[in-house]
Design a protein around this ligand. Structure first.
Ligand SMILES: Cc1cc2nc3c(=O)[nH]c(=O)nc-3n(C[C@H](O)[C@H](O)[C@H](O)COP(=O)(O)OP(=O)(O)OC[C@H]3O[C@@H](n4cnc5c(N)ncnc54)[C@H](O)[C@@H]3O)c2cc1C
Length: 401
């Protein structure tokens, strides 16, 4: 069990980070958050895995998970202190921390004892690295219309179909996948979540390149992949409940990290001699306020998320707010640097280009802002659902794109 005294605990985190971490500023102020070379992207992923393993060995991971599953049996504030202190350090375990944040709470809520005992410690230590296999070419925003098929055959399910936009799937050992098990049920009620090994026969992973050049996405093809029925998470045909736990935790993870968008923009304003520009100052102050507000909201919501309890408000709010901050920060970077940034190849200009290009990743990944707004309208405000009989007609009779 980690220290119960917050000051002593913070000190032990600082000692751990000073010994094992690498300060991000060593990579320079204009380091990009992604790489365009597949091999280099793979190396970075393995660095993430090693970092997560180091954390686990030192008792600095899985703070709120029970000790019998490899966690620290600790409290939510310990995780919060760790995140605060670790912010200036790398390598950050973006993908790995992301899937831990999604799958861990889902297994804790719906997993069998065997799944929890067999998988959670390996998840927290990054001995097993997972990827999320949800989106399909015809099912992104309307995820519940997914078509990847699983047919029961004895003790197995046989899975065939395609998934796409799967972050880090080319390096992951395992995947949590949503499949259609009952095409005759309404779309939300015939879905099951399964756990698969990415090296099983019939699984083919093809890396994809994003518009920004980033090389960390993949598409995944499944051709009659045999999955033991013991790998179902929760109940057969009730996978939508599992998906909702994953998606709520994903939204909290994306928006709840206390990330600040304004510091590099201050540096950029300095570089372009625009510190005294009144219009710019107003926009920077606006961003500062929004970063601070997000941090405060995040504190309240993440406290519950860390305890795996229902948060006071839907965590989608955090993702929505952060997506808007990233959009404004990207726009501001473009205004400060001007057209010259598009034509130059120096480090700050490349950083500006990437900010402009990548400002929309948050407003698409983990559910688009439009869809998150729809969900909030229905669930938080009690507004009517979109018209139609999509929720009651059998999936097999629905029109799909
Ligand atoms: C950085 C990143 C990481 C990702 N990682 C993963 C991953 O690991 N695993 C995975 O499975 N997927 C992943 N995705 C995919 C992501 O979940 C989907 O891109 C997203 O859900 C949107 O689906 P789509 O791309 O098919 O867009 P579409 O669903 O085709 O949407 C196109 C546009 O139409 C709008 N739209 C659609 N329906 C409505 C509606 N009802 N009301 C209003 N507007 C609507 C959308 O908002 C969007 O602007 C990732 C995406 C990104 C950007």
């Amino acid at each position: 069990m980690p220290d119960q005294d917050p000051t002593a605990f913070r000190d032990s985190v600082r000692r751990f980070l000073a010994r094992h971490g690498r300060r991000k500023e060593e990579a320079g102020p204009w380091a990009l958050g992604f790489v365009t070379d597949h091999e280099e992207a793979g190396r970075r992923f393995e660095e993430e895995r090693a970092w997560q393993a180091t954390r686990f060995r030192a008792g600095m991971a899985g703070f709120t998970y029970p000790t019998r599953y490899g966690g620290q049996g600790g409290l939510a504030w310990q995780d919060e202190i760790f995140q605060e202190e670790a912010r200036p350090y790398g390598p950050s375990s973006t993908f790995i921390a992301g899937t831990i944040a999604m799958l861990g709470p889902t297994l804790m809520a719906l997993g069998t004892e065997e799944q929890k005992a067999g998988l959670i410690a390996r998840l927290l230590s990054a001995e097993d690295v997972w990827c999320q296999l949800f989106s399909e070419p015809g099912a992104g925003s309307d995820l519940a219309s997914l078509a990847c098929r699983a047919v029961r055959d004895g003790d197995d399910f046989v899975v065939s179909g395609q998934k796409v936009w799967n972050s880090a799937a080319q390096w992951a050992d395992h995947g949590f996948i949503l499949v259609r098990t009952d095409p005759e049920a309404p779309k939300h009620r015939g879905i099951t979540m399964l756990l698969i090994d990415m090296r099983w026969p019939g699984v083919t992973v093809r890396p994809l390149i994003q518009a920004s050049g980033a090389a960390d996405f993949a598409e995944v093809f499944l051709d009659e992949v045999r999955v033991p029925a013991t790998n179902v998470v929760g109940e057969v045909d009730a996978g939508w409940s599992a998906a909702r736990i994953v998606l709520a935790n994903e939204a909290a993870m994306i928006g709840g990290g206390g990330r600040q968008t304004y510091p590099p923009l201050l540096r950029l304003a300095d570089l372009h001699g625009r510190r005294s520009d009144v219009h710019l100052r107003a926009r920077l102050s606006d961003l500062y306020v929004r970063d601070r507000l997000l941090d405060l909201m995040s504190g309240r919501i993440m406290e519950a998320v860390r305890r795996r309890e229902a948060p006071p408000v839907d965590p989608a709010i955090l993702e929505l707010y952060y997506a808007e901050n990233r959009r404004r920060a990207g726009d501001l970077a473009a205004s400060i640097a001007g057209a010259a940034a598009m034509l130059s190849d120096d480090e700050p200009s490349r950083w500006v280009e990437s900010e402009i290009m990548r400002r929309y990743t948050v407003s698409i990944g983990g559910g688009t802002t439009e869809v998150l707004r729809n969900n909030l309208a229905e669930r938080a405000l009690g507004l009517p659902r979109e018209p139609g009989d999509e929720r009651t007609r059998p999936w097999s009779q629905l029109r799909r794109n």
